[in-house]
Design a protein around this ligand. Structure first.
Ligand code: F6R
Length: 608
């Protein structure tokens, strides 16, 4: 949460920082600010609101400088005010910094400094860091930062400039993401590597307890004792064009439309001739797979729902004891894990603090750990090591869409591969599922071609009080994801239930203002779900059905039907989720919501 950017070089510093911040807005967007050094003085500009407002303010005032840092905020400590917006400057005007994370002992540091006569001006935890630096700085930035890192507790990515070092950006990291880049005669740092793609593809991902000096001439890396070390670069294989919206009005819509390609890309090199093969990425043996009795899937939000899809699919052909756990709970529960456990962490960003902490715990308990992430080189990737990367490309819309389909694709392959290693997946099932998965991109494209009809259906329900999403078996996990998408971007209350659970309580809420989205694919649970549709109709709830093409009977129950192509029962979540994403998108659009940056949300949640 919060996005930070720093630049030293020959370009227009303000422009580089503001454009970089705009790429970070998904991480926080309640206020923004920039600071530069001009004529040996630190100057800053801040505003409540979006980076675009900051850019207007900078344009009006002709804000310029030679070296700069910027920040887009997602408030944790201190309200959303211009005064609390970053960058923060020490009272003596010698140091300026931006911060992502939380300084847990900020109160103690503040009390200590106030006792020495230092004046504080904001309600933020960050100010304790900059005032501390101002207090101890005697011309040696490295020494001052080493002292700071020993004094503060908590999580931080800090980007710092000292008034008398106009060619130096200093950064330090513990627990919050930070990436450093260098090109000829210019240096950069950012929270998100996509902000650097325009300038360089070779970057250094900062590790915990590491600091760096960024200059036009190059970068140097140090530990928190100030000792220098060498650090290899990592090459980013993303393309800068992937971070543009193109002709789409929102990133979310663009990303929904990318899904056929993303699924095809995810399958590439992992399936061939009716077989799944992950051996190029996973050095697992049949003995490993036989040893693992338990699989713990650990993730948050949409990624957690992807693991529930995996659990349901794997249960149809394997004998693992599978748990799907929300990372923020997993870490505080005493769930036995050891050598008989494969712990699979799923995180689009690879930076989610809860998932990262859960991974450390599982590792310490002796579980074998694997991560599924969309960001090569992300913190969780580096810490866990063993990984399957989803090749979805950068996802900018705050609501996850294409990364969910990439995750369920790779999780399905993983489930099949593991069961195959254990001798539990028969060749016929493998062939049937692989062939059906190869057909998914075409089927998603056919759903996307119904966009206009789905949009029309969605618009009719934009004034509903809230929604229930119901499904049974493999129709339940996509119901969870459909409800989450709607909540996130339209601010309407939406809840998903296994359809049979409605009568145990939630049914009390049903009336004509609470529509029910029923996921009712053709198959053995069709009749049971239809009974639940009838129960809802008896309470006057309007019904929106997501049904299988050719299912004429469903027309007896509702005229609001989204037809989806037939697929194997196990793969229904792939087919169901795309119309639900479009449904949420068009409701949010009708309601005039800020779709790519929904209120209160940040894409990468790096605080607990
Ligand atoms: C929902 C959404 C969030 C994330 C969650 C985990 O649209 O994006 O629920 O899925 O914050 O994030 P990652 O996958 O980055 O760990």
């Amino acid at each position: 949460m919060c996005g930070i950017m720093g630049y030293v070089g020959f370009r227009d510093t303000t422009k580089v920082i503001l454009e970089g911040l705009a790429k970070h807005e998904y991480r926080g967007y309640d206020s923004a600010g920039i600071a530069v050094i001009r004529d040996g003085r630190i100057e800053d500009l801040r505003t409540v609101g979006r980076v675009a407002q900051l850019a207007e303010k900078a344009e009006r005032s002709g804000f310029r400088g030679d070296i700069g840092i910027g920040h887009t905020r997602w408030a944790t400590h201190g309200g959303v005010t211009e005064n609390n917006a970053h960058p923060h400057i020490s009272s003596d005007g010698r140091v300026v910094l931006v911060h992502n994370g939380i300084i847990e002992n900020a109160r103690d540091i503040r009390a200590e400094l106030e006792a020495c006569g230092v004046k504080f001006h904001t309600e933020t935890d960050t100010e304790s860091a900059v005032q501390y630096l101002g207090h101890v700085y005697d011309g040696d930035p490295k020494e001052a930062i080493v002292k700071l890192t020993k004094r503060v507790r908590g999580a931080f990515a800090l980007v710092i400039i000292f008034h008398d070092k106009p060619n130096e950006i200093w950064v330090a990291r513990k627990g919050s993401p930070l990436v450093v880049g260098h090109a000829e005669n210019e240096g950069f740092c950012a929270s998100d590597p996509t902000a650097l793609l325009e300038f360089t593809h070779d970057v250094w991902f900062m590790d915990d307890d590491e600091m760096a000096l960024i200059k036009r001439e190059g970068c140097e890396f140090f530990d928190f004792n100030g000792d220098r070390h060498e650090k290899p670069t990592m090459h980013l294989d993303w393309d800068a064009a992937m971070t543009n919206r193109g002709a789409y009005p929102h990133f979310m819509l663009k990303e929904i439309h990318e899904q056929p390609e993303v699924v095809a890309h995810t399958l590439l090199g992992r399936v061939a001739e009716g077989e799944v093969d992950l051996s190029r990425e996973l050095g697992w043996t049949a003995e490993d797979a036989a040893k693992w009795k338990k699989i713990h899937f650990i993730a948050c939000g949409t990624s957690h729902y992807a693991t529930i899809v995996a659990q349901h699919i794997m249960e149809t052909f394997g004998s693992f004891e599978i748990r799907t756990e929300v990372a923020s709970e997993y870490r505080y529960r005493n769930i036995p894990a050891g050598e008989d456990t494969l712990a699979v962490f799923v995180s689009q960003s690879g930076e989610t603090a809860d998932t990262l902490h859960a991974a450390r715990l599982a590792k310490s308990r002796g579980a074998r750990c694997l991560v599924i992430t969309n960001v090569r080189g992300s913190t969780i990737h580096r810490e866990v090591g063993e990984a399957l990367i989803t090749p979805a490309g950068p996802e900018i819309g705050v609501a996850a869409t294409k990364t969910f389909t990439a995750q369920i694709t790779i999780l399905t392959l993983l489930g099949m591969y593991l069961s195959k290693l254990r001798g539990e997946l028969d060749a016929e099932t493998e062939k049937r599922l692989v062939s059906a998965m190869m057909d998914i991109p075409g089927k998603l494209a056919s759903i996307l071609s119904q966009e206009k009809d789905i949009a029309a259906t969605a618009r009719n329900f934009a004034d509903a009080r809230g929604f229930f999403f119901i499904g049974r078996g493999l129709a339940y996990p996509p119901a969870l994801e459909g409800a989450l998408k709607l909540k996130e971007i339209s601010y309407l209350h939406a809840e998903a239930y296994p359809a049979g659970e409605m009568k145990h309580g939630p049914i009390a809420l049903l009336d004509k203002e609470l529509p029910v989205v029923a996921l009712v694919p053709k198959g053995e649970l069709w009749e049971k779900t239809v009974s639940n549709i009838e129960e809802s109709m008896a309470r006057k709830s309007p019904i929106i059905a997501v049904a299988t093409e050719g299912d004429e009977e469903i027309g007896h129950y509702t005229e609001n039907i989204i037809f989806t192509p037939e697929t194997e029962t196990e793969l229904f979540p792939f087919i169901a989720v795309v119309p639900l994403q479009l449904f949420a998108y068009y409701i949010a659009r009708q309601r005039g919501c800020d779709i790519d940056m929904p209120r209160n949300l940040a894409k990468s949640v790096t605080v607990e």
